[in-house]
Design a protein around this ligand. Structure first.
Ligand code: FE
Ligand code: CA
Length: 519
């Protein structure tokens, strides 16, 4: 029995007294995974930590008992002016994670928070409340980021984000990759960072928990989380590559795959600063929602995985896949589509933001360096090109709601691209209904290059593309009621730590005039 108690935690008294929380004596710092905040509202936000003195060990080095921890929210970084505080219970059922929904705060101001257990204080995090509903906003600044293969490179982009003191970060998923330990990347180069050898492909809750723990030990990622609130979402690798609804590319029977999805969602919830409304129920999680930023922006965070149709024509890049256009095909399912239509119809905000995961605009992948020549346009079946009727319905929502300023935010591709969203994709002169900013990746896909060798041909194949680049980084946004500016921030290389970060390209949209212009 003694061996079952952890190396990191000594429990005062014995842990057999039912489920009452214990005040634990930690032998080492339990805050190895940092702190985070998320889901900001005008009166509060979620604060998060996970007690894990030995983060890569089973149970994070914790004994299987509930443990209490104190939390404080203050108006100053020195934590002198505490305005809210309480006790939270870290439970073994949820990997000793703590999610506190702090409320009763003032709108549009900075707060600071930390957690405490006897002998150890967590780092201090900053979070900013949203403006009051309908309030005028001078400027919103946020980052669009995701796709962060840990072994793929250093999190220099997260360090740069941490230094920006953003209002929030929207994370488009691939927070983890489920792949097994590797020593070389696909191109044969050694990985800049090697996972522990016993990291297998993630299937079980323990596998996913250890993967999140490894990723979250990174100091740059911790700094980004401590710097501002996140709006988390998940994409495919948070479960497994290119899963769709209840299926995966290996054609695993749904009844088996759903156990894996349940494990992945539980670990995702445990490690994200999400509200209790996103607690998974078995393999299901309620992850789509909208957050209104004063009168300025209505941010609809989409779930484009859980309710989508399976990729048509056996996935991949396909020419002339007739099934992709079937009216029954969807990226969101009927309920989520109805919800989004209602959000767009009723929003009082200037900008209508779709914060989501996979490429929304039509895109011809011919001339991308790794793609074989094709006489006909090649479309990616895992994105909205694989469910064009679903995309048409969203474009129709923009029209029906008279959305003056739709902005789609995207990740997944591991390169940077910006689009005008066209009423008729085949006619460059047709009306532009909105724009899409697709950020690159934090660390997935290697060092990259400033651009693609045949970028000219790619742009000729895709006249609605206004920028394309192949570096790692994130997309920085500064938004007023008149103007939206996006800066494509790039890291010189990710194979070494601490490389320089700069702006590769700036694009802008004027409110009421959909379409990208150089900034
Ligand atoms: Fe990715
Ligand atoms: Ca994928």
């Amino acid at each position: 029995m003694k061996g079952a108690l952890s190396a990191g935690l000594a429990v005062a008294g014995m842990p057999f007294a039912g489920g009452s929380p214990v005040r634990a004596d930690f032998r080492s710092d339990p805050f190895t995974l940092g702190v985070a905040s998320g889901e900001p509202a005008s009166d509060g936000f979620v604060i998060w930590t996970r007690l894990a003195p030995l983060p890569l060990n089973l149970y994070g080095g914790m004994a299987a008992v509930p443990v209490s921890a104190a939390w404080d929210v203050a108006t100053d970084a020195a934590m002198k002016q505490v305005v809210r505080s309480g006790e939270a219970i870290a439970r073994p059922e949820l990997a000793h994670s703590i999610h506190v929904e702090v409320a009763g705060l003032e709108p549009a101001r900075d707060y600071f928070y930390r957690f405490r257990v006897p002998g150890y204080d967590s780092p201090v995090g900053r979070a900013r409340t949203f403006p009051a509903p309908g309030a005028a906003v001078t400027q919103l600044r946020f980052a669009l980021a995701g796709c962060q293969a840990w072994e793929g490179g250093y999190y220099t982009a997260w360090r740069a984000i941490a230094e920006e003191n953003f209002d929030f970060v929207f994370h488009y998923g691939d927070y983890i990759y489920e792949y097994r330990h590797i020593t070389k990347e696909r191109d044969g180069r050694p990985v800049p960072r090697e996972m522990p050898e016993n990291f297998r492909t993630c299937y079980t809750l323990t596998d996913y928990r250890r993967r999140y723990a490894l990723y979250k030990t990174d100091p740059d990622l911790q700094a980004a989380h401590a710097s501002c609130a996140f709006l988390p979402s998940f994409d495919d690798h948070d479960v497994t590559d290119n899963w769709a609804s209840d299926s995966d590319p290996a054609a695993t029977p749904p009844e088996a795959f759903l156990f894996r999805r349940a494990a992945a969602f539980q670990a995702w919830y445990e490690h994200m600063p999400m509200r209790a409304s996103a607690l998974p129920h078995g393999p299901d999680i309620a992850a789509y929602r909208n957050l209104r930023y004063g009168a300025l922006a209505d941010v609809a965070v989409l779930d484009t995985r859980q309710y989508r149709s399976r990729q048509p024509c056996h996935d991949g890049l396909r020419a002339n896949c007739a099934d992709a256009a079937l009216p029954t095909r969807t990226m969101m399912g009927e309920r989520e589509e109805r919800w989004l239509a209602e959000v767009l119809r009723t929003t009082p905000c200037t900008w209508q933001v779709l914060a989501q995961q996979v490429m929304f605009a039509q895109f011809d992948w011919r001339a991308m360096p790794w793609v074989k020549p094709s006489p006909d346009p090649l479309r990616r079946m895992d994105g909205w090109d694989g469910a064009t009727a679903g995309r048409d319905r969203v474009m129709a929502m923009f029209s029906a709601a008279r959305s003056a300023n739709p902005v789609v935010l995207t990740g997944d591709a591991h390169f940077a691209v910006a689009f005008d969203l066209k009423e008729d994709w085949t006619e460059p002169k047709s009306r532009t209904l909105g724009v899409e900013f697709l950020a690159t990746s934090i660390s997935s896909g290697g060092d990259g290059s400033v651009t693609f060798a045949n970028a000219g041909e790619i742009l000729r194949n895709n006249p609605h593309v206004k920028f394309i680049g192949n570096e790692r980084g994130y997309c920085r946004h500064a938004v007023t009621d008149k103007h939206w500016q996006a800066d494509y921030r790039v890291v010189e290389r990710i194979s070494v730590a601490g490389a320089p970060v700069s702006t590769r390209k700036s694009l802008a949209v004027e409110a009421g005039r959909p379409g990208l212009v150089d900034a």
